[in-house]
Design a protein around this ligand. Structure first.
Ligand code: ADP
Ligand code: DP6
Ligand code: CO
Length: 325
């Protein structure tokens, strides 16, 4: 009753931002991401008959706060699915990604937890079912079950049974790269969950955001299929700016950006004017991810590192889906 799984994070090119059902984690809109090979989580789950509660260690430290509750609630769900309600687990997880800083640790974290827990319980489920379960740990995590380009279909059913990820194109379809520009690895003040809730409830821009998604998705899928980098990059950048615009109009208003976030955004736009094809996207955090093609890697890395306030630039290729160790 023990298993270890590895899952990569993913970067959303079309963002998931807002839930229609908070407890089942059902999104308002479809989203689309690229799984990244540079950032990942490994998690070991062992169910033990003598335990009277779950225990969770993250990066070798025992966790007891709301992070524990999220893990324990998820284990409850998966235990229930397996029909083993009274079986508790010891969980050890290692993040090879900063936690809660906008690098999608919740995506790799819950995908690895779900996969390890399902295997430890001997659940014989396909990836679609695993993605559906994983979604209930953290929405973005359902996309990390698969590698390459992945779409999360929001689904129509009230019970969430058709809300899961589907693979769009595998990692080897197209060598598109992502530079993670690290400004801060500190935990954000407004967690993704809280930020999107406030936006749905109070931002007057929110309905325009939702209305604009189907067209963005059609365009970007077409761009991915035809390996049209300018098209994919331009849509991803616009979609990111739209998402962040909704937060500025929330009540109380907030923004995930720091001064250096804006400096990096401007630098990317200037690089583009000088002939380097690069586009940015930003999740719920201050750090910027820059999309580019392999030939521009050295120039781009060097230019980004020179920006004052940039601590590090970590490059990723397209990553694989879940694996078992
Ligand atoms: P991020 O940008 O890192 O995804 P979120 O606000 O979405 O930030 O989620 C951060 C939360 O994800 C953490 O506070 C914790 O509850 C959870 N999390 C992060 N890593 C793991 C992990 N390895 N295992 C379980 N939960 C994790
Ligand atoms: C901006 O999946 O972290 O990164 O479902 O509440 O756990 P919960 O939120 P989470 O939200 C991710 C938001 C985003 C966009 C994205 O990854 O699609
Ligand atoms: Co997250």
């Amino acid at each position: 009753m023990k298993a270890t799984a590895k899952a990569h994070t993913n970067i959303a090119l079309i963002k998931y931002w807002g839930k229609r059902d908070e407890s089942l984690i059902l999104p308002m809109n479809n989203s689309l991401s690229l799984t990244l090979d540079g950032f990942y989580t490994t998690t070991t789950v062992e169910f033990k008959p003598d335990l009277t509660d779950d225990c969770f260690y993250l990066d070798d430290e025992a966790v007891v706060d709301t992070q524990y509750d999220r893990v324990s609630n998820f284990l409850k769900l998966i235990r229930n699915y397996a029909g083993k309600d009274n079986l508790f687990a010891e969980v050890h997880s290692t993040n090879h990604v900063p936690t809660a800083a906008g690098f999608a640790s919740s995506a790799s974290g819950f995908a690895a937890l779900a996969a390890a827990a399902a295997r430890a319980l001997n659940l014989n489920i396909d990836d679609k079912t695993l993605s559906t379960l994983t979604r209930q740990g953290s929405g973005s995590a359902c996309r990390s079950i698969y590698g390459g380009f992945v779409e999360w279909e929001k689904g129509e059913q009230a019970d969430g049974s058709d809300s899961h990820a589907v693979p769009i194109a595998p990692a080897n379809h197209w060598d598109i790269r992502v530079a993670a520009v690290v400004l801060s690895s500190n935990a954000k003040k407004v967690l993704s969950r809280e930020g999107m809730k406030r936006t749905v409830e109070t931002s007057p821009f929110y309905s325009s955001w939702v209305d604009s998604i189907p067209n963005d998705l059609n365009q970007i899928k077409d761009g991915i299929k035809n390996k049209d980098f300018e098209k994919v990059g331009a849509i991803a950048e616009m979609n990111c700016l739209k998402m962040h615009a909704t937060t500025l109009a929330a009540n109380p208003p907030f923004s995930y950006w720091h001064d250096t976030t804006m400096a990096v955004m401007h630098a990317v736009q200037e690089l583009r004017e000088s002939g380097i094809s690069a586009y940015f996207t930003i999740d719920a955090g201050p750090n910027v991810k820059v999309l580019y093609l392999p030939g521009d890697e050295n120039t781009l890395k060097q230019s980004l590192r020179e920006i004052p306030g940039v601590h590090d630039v970590i490059v990723s290729k397209a990553g694989q889906g879940i694996s078992y160790l």
